[in-house]
Each structure stands twice: as C-alpha cells, then as structure tokens.
Ligand binder design. Structure first.
Ligand code: NAP
Length: 209
C-alpha cells in the first residue's frame, strides 16, 4: 500500500513506519510544516497531536483518502460524518496494543461483578492529553464512572491499572506497553480492514478483531 503518514518521525510514528516499510508498504512521511498531501495514497495514518490531527484528517479526506488515527485527545465525530458523506472511512483507536484491548474487555467484564473501581494510567511526561484515551475508553466500557488518576513521568511509555474492590478483596488488571512496536500489528490490521469497513467513523481495535 501507499501510505501518507502524519507524524512519521514521532516516537510512535517512527516505530510504526519502520515496520510498515519492512512489510513492503511505501510510506510518505509528513511532518510539521509539510503540505498535508495524501493524494494518490491508499490510506493516511496519523500519530501527531490532538491539535494537529483534525486538520490532517480533514485534508486527507478532502483528497479522497481514508484514514487510520492513533492520536488521542480529540473528538472525531464531526470528521466521521464528513468521511461518511464522502463514502470514505475514518478508523480511530485509542490504543493499538492487543493487550490493552484485552485489558479493556476484562475490565468491562469484571466491573459487572465488582462495581467499585478506579483506574490509574501512567504515561511519558510528553503526553499532551490527560486522562488518556485508553483510560476514558476503559471507563466507558465499565459502564459506571470510575475515577481516573493520570501519572506523567519520564521513562514511561503507556501503562494502566484497573483496580476493582469487593468485600475483602481487590482485583488488579494491569497492562504495560514495553515498546512502541506493540502498536504495529494493530495498525497493520486497521490498514488491512479499512477498505471493508462501513463509510464513516469506526472506533476501537475491538471493532475489527
Ligand atoms: P510525539 O513523539 O510527540 O510525535 C508526534 C509527531 O507528530 C512529532 O514528530 C511531531 O513533530 C509531529 N507533528 C506535530 N504536528 C504535526 C502536523 N501538523 N503534521 C505532521 N506531523 C506533526 O508523540 P507520540 O508519543 O508519537 O504520540 C503521538 C500521538 O499518538 C499522541 O496523541 C499519542 O497519545 C498517540 N498514541 C496513540 C497510540 C495508540 O495506540 N492509539 C500509541 C502511541 C501514541 P514535532 O516533534 O516537530 O512537533
């Protein structure tokens, strides 16, 4: 595939791009200050910032290119509607790690039995949004309104604990991203499934697993 990649030189972007190229995809990296030119590409991918992603996605959709977005901390509903109008796809996942998706599923199941729960999410100090998209999606899946505590420290990548309390017991569900390569299989899967998705917005890796 020919892929326009917004944020190709970022921490997540560079790890994903290396693997996309190794898998034989042709990647056009687009950085700050570059024209957001995705024309002629089969798909666009965005791992930038909550401020930059909406304009990048809009530009790609205007050029007739469907998008896979990992950037968190923005609201994709309006651009999802724009994609639907144009018969294009917008796939957004707050977390591309399979382990994190399983953590969210297990937390949703556990919350049915242990409703007193809180979430601790820990990320690198450079992360711009808090709470994380994964923590918000986890809380939503748990149905209630668990408190979310955000930690931002150097050296971390992406980590989350869901603590569920019952009488005399505590269940902890934890996921640790140890390397950004953990996002690669999810991004590859999203790119593969993108043409078969319904036009408009699809949210979450869960929807395509
Ligand atoms: P990062 O290292 O800061 O990378 C962001 C990159 O985007 C930088 O290279 C930045 O360039 C570039 N950028 C900023 N504005 C741009 C624009 N208008 N057009 C093109 N490129 C632009 O951050 P990161 O850790 O890779 O994370 C990026 C985003 O992905 C965050 O929202 C993060 O939460 C999210 N993320 C999601 C997942 C997931 O699984 N869904 C996984 C990891 C990260 P400069 O450095 O020059 O500003």
């Amino acid at each position: 595939m020919r892929i326009a990649f917004f944020g190709a030189e970022g921490k997540a972007g560079s790890a994903v791009v290396a693997r996309l190229e190794a898998a034989g995809h042709e990647v056009r990296g687009i950085e700050v200050g570059d024209e957001p030119d995705a024309s002629g590409c089969d798909a666009a991918v965005d791992f930038t910032t909550p401020e930059a992603a909406p304009a990048n996605v809009r530009a790609a959709l205007e050029q007739g290119v469907s998008c896979v977005v990992g950037t968190t901390g923005w609201e994709p509903a309006e651009l999802g509607a724009f994609a639907a109008e144009k018969g294009l796809r917008l796939f957004v996942a707050p977390n591309f790690s399979i382990g994190a998706v399983l953590m969210m599923r297990f937390a949703a199941e556990a919350a049915r039995h242990l409703p007193r729960a809180e979430i601790i999410e820990l990320h690198n100090e450079a992360k711009k949004d808090a709470p994380s998209g994964t923590a918000r999606a986890t809380a939503e899946g748990m149905g209630g309104d668990p408190s979310i505590h955000s930690v931002r420290l150097p050296g971390l990548i992406a980590h989350q604990e869901v603590l569920l309390a019952g009488e005399g017991q505590l269940l902890t569900i934890r996921h640790d991203t140890l390397a950004r390569e953990s996002f690669v299989p999810g991004v590859l899967l999203a790119l593969e499934k993108l043409p078969g998705l319904p036009p408009g917005l699809t949210v979450g890796l869960d929807a395509i697993l």
